[in-house]
Design a protein around this ligand. Structure first.
Ligand code: GLU
Length: 490
């Protein structure tokens, strides 16, 4: 069932994608990026890219580059950025200074151990384990701490009596009682900002109007709203999008197979299919439509139709979408996508650049048989190498030597006699022979196909003969015939 139509974003939105560059861009992050991009494109707004790299230990430039590549491949172009939080230290320093001046944050001199003890005591008391620092240290206390070399962290002074209400596009009204929110740290003792400070300050400073992000951030939202309000700003509106699960209904993880965008690309999925599948992770247009072009998504996407329940990412579904997308491509488009994929995979390093022509010519023969681009070599790789006979396939031929001899022998005879080596001629001759023998098509053609391609999984026989060319085709069939003849023992 499609979710009920709720509130939508109708004015040009300034949205952002704010990944932490600590690993690969996975399905979840890519979906968040896509939803934000769709909102920007669909409202005539702006898509900002911001790297949340304040965790210097875990952030790598490799991950950053990989995020750019994955987004480019997906076609998610950004209008502003990339901004890096690691380069915006001054902005956060100023924000902390402003918050201090406003009395919204305070120096908390307690050690981590003291705070942990507070939490444990609260738990033992069956109270929410929220900590609040003392704000009434005397000047002597502070002087002593400083003399001891202690440095304070800066905590936000949460009003325990207050509450924050989020009017979320997806989840509706969500209320957070401040009594359950601790005085969260905004700046560490070395004055580096925490995630909640940096994200809030940036959303405010960058004029973000709408923040679409994973549901796992919901509990951060009241904190970030408090920070923005304390800075005199208006928080963005929020849309918290549902979790993604694997087919086993467990939270999506590596266990479920290829889950980074580049892995999906390398596994032979095409951009339109991946975008289509990502869009359907928690969003739907109606009860039935499952195929959308990128243009249709831009036109039809709306936050009002994002579901509250978790979405399931299933590679089988992606296979299905990918197959459908591949079949909508014309031969030229298919060939372009295939050549690009093979090039990345090193195919032309292995087989030489001149192989491209044959790859392109083979497209009509493989197109309808392929679900993913990485299946090409299994189907048509035999065209580019010396004959490599699959022993099992050969056993199939050997199982009935007499029959195979007859098929390969008569088939070869007809092909040798062909005046012209074209697909219609080849097909006509072999079908005629089939008719004469009165055998079924599979029985007659399979030994020929195995003799030619070395496998039972390949392009169809007529196309295969045509693509391989007369000389090499006849050579392979003669070879099979003599192998069979040696085995023939009437
Ligand atoms: N850096 C956060 C993450 O990668 C983004 C949170 C947000 O979108 O506000 O989960």
């Amino acid at each position: 069932m499609a979710p009920p139509q709720r509130r939508n974003i109708t004015t040009p939105a300034r949205v952002r994608f704010a990944p932490s560059p600590t690993g690969l861009l996975h399905v979840g992050g890519a979906r968040t990026a896509l939803f934000n991009w769709l909102v920007a494109r669909n409202t005539g707004g702006t898509f900002v890219l911001r790297l949340e790299d304040t965790d210097r230990e875990r952030s790598t430039s490799e991950s950053e580059q990989q995020i750019y590549r994955a987004m480019e491949w997906l076609g998610l172009d950004w209008d502003e950025g990339p901004y890096r939080q690691s380069e915006r230290g001054e902005v956060y320093d100023e924000a902390v200074a402003a918050l201090r001046a406003a009395g919204a944050v305070y120096a908390s001199w307690e050690t981590e151990e003291e705070m942990d003890a507070q939490r444990a005591a609260a738990r033992a008391d069956k109270r929410a384990p929220v900590v609040r620092g003392r704000r009434d240290w005397s000047d002597e206390d502070v002087a002593r701490f400083e003399a001891e070399g202690r440095r304070p962290v800066w905590r936000f002074a949460v009003d325990p009596e207050g509450r924050t209400v989020i009017d979320d596009y997806v989840r509706g009204e969500v209320t957070f009682e401040h009594s359950a929110i601790e005085d969260f740290v905004v700046a560490r003792s070395d004055l580096t900002p925490t995630y909640n400070l940096a994200a809030a300050v940036d959303d405010h400073a960058m004029g973000i109007t709408h923040a679409l992000r994973g549901e796992d951030h919901l509990s951060n939202t009241p904190k970030q709203m408090m920070v923005i309000r304390a800075l005199g700003g208006t928080p963005p509106e929020y849309a918290h999008i549902p979790l993604i699960l694997g087919p086993d209904k467990k939270r999506l993880s590596k266990r479920h197979g290829a889950a980074s965008v580049e892995e999906l690309r390398d596994a032979g999925y095409v951009r339109d299919a991946v975008v289509n599948a990502l869009a359907l992770l928690g969003w739907s247009y109606d009860d039935k439509t499952t195929r959308f072009t990128v243009e249709e998504l831009i036109e039809k996407f709306s936050v009002g139709r994002i579901s509250r329940s978790p979405a399931v990412f299933d590679l089988k579904k992606l296979d299905h979408i990918n197959g459908r997308v591949l079949r909508t491509l014309n031969d030229q488009q298919f060939a372009d996508a295939l050549v690009e994929w093979l090039r990345r995979d090193g195919f032309f390093t292995r087989h030489g650049d001149e192989a491209e022509d044959l790859v392109r010519r083979s497209v009509p023969a493989v197109k309808r048989k392929m679900t993913r681009l990485n299946e090409y070599e299994t189907l048509a790789g035999w065209l580019f190498t010396d004959l490599q006979m699959d022993p099992e396939a050969w056993q199939g031929i050997e199982a009935d030597v007499k029959l195979s001899l007859q098929c390969v022998g008569t088939g070869l005879g007809r092909l040798e006699a062909l005046p012209e080596w074209t697909q219609p001629e080849i097909k006509h001759a072999l079908q005629d022979q089939l008719h004469i023998l009165g055998s079924n098509a599979r029985e007659f053609l399979e030994p020929l196909r195995i003799s030619l391609t070395g496998s039972t999984i390949s392009t169809g026989i007529y196309e295969s003969l045509d693509l391989m060319g007369r000389e090499e085709s006849l050579r392979r069939l003669r070879l099979a015939l003599s192998r069979l003849a040696e085995l023939w023992d009437p």
